[in-house]
Structures are given as C-alpha cells and as structure tokens.
Design a protein around this ligand. Structure first.
Ligand code: ARG
Length: 489
C-alpha cells in the first residue's frame, strides 16, 4: 500500500473519531438543555389518548390538556415545582419512568396491585367504572355477553386484563391507543371495546353509531392515582395537596369542568369522507413538515459523511478496515430500521444512564443506517470511475488525496446522484417511523388529530399527500441538478 493511501485512511479515521467526539458533547449539551432545567422541574409522563383526562389540543398548537393536567398543574403549583409533560403510549409509561425519562405518571392510571410491585402510588383522586362500547345495532350489557366476541382494549391497561380474563372471548385485540378502538369498532374488526366511563362518554358523543353500557362497579380499590418511582419522596407531598383539593372542593370543580355531558351527543357525522373535520387542525399537522425535514437532513448528512468514510475503508486494501466496514454494512442492512431505532432509544438509557432525547436517537439511528447503504453506493460509484482517470492522475504526479477529492469523488458522486436521491426519498418516508418514539413529526401529529376527531381517513390522507409533495419537490430538484451537471460535461 502506498503512503498516500495510508495518509487518506489516517485522515478519514481521524475524521470519524472527530465526528464521534464532536457529536458527543453537542448531543449531550442538547440533552442537558432538555433534561436539566433550573431544578424543581418535574416531568410528568402521560398518554394523551384519553379525553377528558388527557388529550392533545391539536387546534391549539398541540398542547396537552385535560383533567389530569389541571390536577397536576394545581399540585405542582402548590408545591412550587414547574410542570413539564412528556407523552408516550400508555403501555410504555412505567418503563419511561423507570429509565428516568419522567418523574411521575398521571394518565388515568389505576393503582393496581400488579403495578404496585414496580411503582408507588399517591392516594386515589378518581374512581372510574368500566363500560362496554359497541355499535348501536350490537349492544352488550354484561361481561358474559362478550363470550364468543372479538373484544378490543388498550395494550397494558386494566381493560386489557379484564378482556383477557373473559375465557370464551373469540379474540382480544390489544391496541396502542384508545381512539384506535373506535376505528376498529367502526370497521367491525372488533365487536366491543372495554373503556372507562368518562372516556366512553366522549367516544360515544363524538361517534354517530356507538353506544356504551356501564359494567357493575367492581372493586373500588383501583382508583386513578399518580405513580412515582419506588421510594419516591414526592408521594407524601402530593398526597397532602390531593387531600386539600378534596376538602376545598377544588377537585370537584375540575371534575365538573372536564366531564362531558352524557346526554350531549354531538351532531352525528355519518359522512364517509369529510375533510371539514380537519378544520383547524391543518396548520398543526403542516408544522410537522419542519420536524420531518430537519431530521431527514441531519440523518442524510450524517449518513453521507459516515458512508463516504466506510466506502474508503472498503476499498482501502487494509483488511481490518475492510472487515469493519463490511460487518457494519451487514449488520445495519440486516436488521430492521425500526428495531435499530428502538434499540438506540431504549437501550442507551438502560446501558449508559444517558437519557437520549427522541430526536437525537432518531437522527442517530437513521444516520447510522443510511451510512450502511450509502457506503455501498459510494464504493460502487468510485469503482465505476474510469481507470484511466486514476492512471492519468498518477502519471501527472497528483497526490492521492487530491486525486480522490478533486478527481475521483466528484465523478463518483455524479454517477451515483440518482442513487443518493433515492436514499433521501427513502429517508423522508422512513422518517415517519419516529412517531413511535414520540417525536411530533407529520405522522404523529396526524395520530393526535385522529385521536381527537375520532376519524382516520382524512388526517392520514392529508399526511400522505404532504409526504408525496415533499418527495416530488426533492426529485425535481435532483433532476435539475443532474441536468446541470450533464451540461457541464
Ligand atoms: N385506568 C386504566 C388503567 O390504568 C386505563 C388508563 C388508560 N390511560 C390512558 N391515558 N390511555 O389501566
């Protein structure tokens, strides 16, 4: 191997190390900004799919609102803390608290014995009753009547446990979000859903064909309570304020404010498609474009830099580097991107104690993944540059690095431009995966809107159209660029 080659490799290795080292503190600084407000900030975990307790006010900038939020605000205000809200799906809340992402959970969470093994609960602030929600032409009044039926419930909820205990149920469908249950009911994929009272009232009020029936009040020991990490010092403080709210009537006042009127069935919207249901929500959804683009850009840049370095490794002729790059590509190409994303997001805090923020985890996962694909593309591009170019450069005594940077790479890039554009298109579309870790990108915003409007088609179609337009813009820009490059031949 010649000296120049070694030199280039040395430089790329150094760049890689530098990248990692410089990204590290930048990430940490970013994370600290997110995590360490001037103390006394308590982060509350909630799953905003549960009106009137918690839902996203998509018409109002996506703020999370509800009875639980008002109670939390009141308590924290009394105690002199500042409230910050973090949202995850209900089934992920306790894990989020255990990994330190949130300080307490308020999410209409029932204080069950099972959960008490892992968390400490405050005193209860509300007792809910279960209901069976179903279509009006298919009514169920008791648990027994559900035998042989397909039952829906939210994953990880008490209602899931109840459904599971119905031995003769045809099937229990577990869904991540409560509003998904409505979609499933409307499309007859489930016969009935088990849902708690106030939420069921909201559902049936908003939905033409749904009705609810109360189940007998069972054990009143499972009231809604605030969950804390085991041994948390906050439990006692919070309990004092809860007691005070009960005595002063503050709690009743808030209940009155948030609880829906059971007789107030809103105008029934029977229309198959009705884009007016999106009214007021469009700006909120469109704002997701920024998030989607931002992190498509971050991952593309990260992917391109790492991918170039890896491609140099692959053609370096140095065995360990080649092995490394090959193994890297093989692993990142051989496992699903979604799994990589979840691994980075959940494993990082578990292994290192560093609570990686969602956007950072996403940028990292997508960048690392994209690098694997790009390294192959770039390598192929370099190999495709006519050998004569290299020979001529060497004959002219042009140094290796200069030859690579000013002669080989530009030609390689031009060769692979279409492939690069494909990668960016893929990144834009795949970015929708980040909604699973709670980044408010386009898709997740649509989810929130679906949760409040109880309709799926309109919001999803809008989001699909936005992605499509983004991709169209990107591909036409690329075509222009390509044409210009060809002209300069
Ligand atoms: N009370 C039920 C439970 O603790 C359901 C709570 C669901 N809450 C929510 N925000 N989706 O399991």
């Amino acid at each position: 191997m010649n000296k120049h080659k070694l030199h280039t490799l040395y430089v790329s290795l150094l760049t890689m190390v530098l990248l990692i080292v410089s990204f590290g503190p930048a990430f940490t600084a970013f994370a600290e900004e997110v995590n360490s407000q001037p103390k006394k900030v308590l982060v509350m975990g909630t799953s905003p799919d549960f009106p009137p307790y918690e839902s996203v006010d998509a018409q109002n900038n996506g703020e999370i609102i509800g009875l639980d939020i008002d109670i939390a605000k009141f308590i924290l205000n009394e105690l002199g803390y500042e409230l910050k809200i973090a949202s995850t799906d209900f089934s992920g809340l306790i894990a989020a608290m255990q990994s330190g992402r949130v300080d307490f959970i308020m999410s209409g969470m029932s204080a069950t014995e099972e959960r008490k093994q892992n968390v400490d609960f405050s005193d209860p602030y509300y007792f809910a009753r279960n209901t069976i929600v179903s279509k009006e032409d298919n009514i169920f009044e008791s648990i027994e009547s559900l035998n042989g039926k397909i039952i829906g419930a939210q994953l990880g909820s008490v209602q899931e446990a109840i459904s599971n205990s119905i031995e003769d149920a045809a099937e229990v469908r577990k869904l991540n979000k409560v509003p998904d249950l409505i979609q499933e009911l409307n499309s007859n994929r489930i016969d009935a859903a088990i849902v708690e009272d106030a939420v069921a009232v909201e559902m049936t009020n908003a939905n033409a064909k749904l009705v609810m029936n109360f189940l007998p009040a069972d054990n009143n020991e499972n009231g809604y309570a605030i969950a804390f990490p085991k041994g948390s010092p906050y439990v006692a403080e919070f309990n004092t304020v809860i007691a005070q709210m009960q005595e002063s009537g503050k709690l009743d006042e808030l209940l009155l404010k948030w609880f829906p009127d059971a007789d107030a069935k809103s105008a029934r919207n029977d229309k198959l498609i009705d884009f007016s249901t999106l009214q007021g929500y469009v700006p909120y959804i469109v704002k997701g474009v920024g998030v989607t683009l931002l992190f498509t850009l971050v991952s593309a840049v990260l992917g391109l830099i790492l991918g170039s370095i890896l491609s140099l490794f692959k053609i370096s002729g140095i065995k360990p580097l080649e092995w490394f790059a090959t193994a890297y590509t093989s692993i990142f190409r051989g496992t699903p991107l979604l799994v990589q994303l979840l691994l980075i997001y959940y494993a990082t805090p578990q292994l290192t104690g560093f609570v990686i923020p969602p956007l950072m985890a996403a940028g990292l996962a997508f960048g690392l993944n994209s690098a694997a694909y790009l390294s192959e593309t770039i390598r192929a591009g370099i190999m495709a540059v006519d050998k004569g170019q290299r020979e001529a450069a060497i004959a002219l005594g042009i140094p290796y690095r200069k030859m690579m940077i000013s002669i080989i790479f530009p030609q390689a890039l031009r060769n692979i431009l279409p492939a690069l554009v494909n990668e960016c298109v893929a990144l834009i579309k795949e970015s929708s995966l980040v909604s699973v870790i709670g980044v408010a990108d386009l898709l997740r915003r649509a989810d929130f809107v679906r949760a409040t409007t109880f309709r799926s088609f309109e919001a999803l179609l809008l989001v699909a159209a936005i992605y499509y337009v983004l991709v169209l813009i990107l591909t036409s820009l690329a075509r222009m660029l390509e044409r210009r490059l060809r002209r300069s031949d």
